[in-house]
Write a protein that binds this ligand. Sequence first.
Ligand code: HEM
Length: 146
Amino acid sequence: MKRLATLTAADIQRVQASFDLMWPRSTEMADQFYARLFEIAPDSRALFRSDMTRMKDKFISTLAVLVGSLDNLTGLYAVAGKLAVDHTRYGVRPDHYAPVGEALLWSLGRQLAGFWNDDVEQSWRKVYAVISARMIGAAYPDHGPA
Ligand code: HEM
């Protein structure tokens, strides 16, 4: 079984501080996130049927809730679990989570150019691993360990 990295206080601090820095540019970040996602996982494009401008706002504000809950894992798991179960209705599969993580890191890195470094990237990787493992575990109980 793949072991999940434990988040340290430094991981949480780096992710929250970098998210705050990115926040004024969240529209650009969301634009780049979806553009990148549809480039690396073209089959995911057809799953998005609603208005993309509203979708981008919802994605960023939910990401803000998750990032803000990193020091409260019980709350984070509750939000992430419900979100993932809702996602099964959109046709999302467990294997979609990896390209979404790559697109997320890529777009954050683009927006945070001067602040982005190996430590910040590794902390974001750990955070996305924790969130996506929880989402996959909650929504696809037969899938096995993420
Ligand atoms: C951290 C991970 C994720 C977050 C924070 C997130 C956030 C959201 C939110 C807030 C919504 C709107 C839900 C609503 O209106 O009730 C949504 C919808 C959706 N998400 Fe995600 N999501 C994540 C992962 C994924 C993944 C892995 C996929 C796979 C491609 C995905 C595809 C979709 C689709 C297809 C919709 C519905 C779009 C539509 O209505 O047109 N999401 N997501």
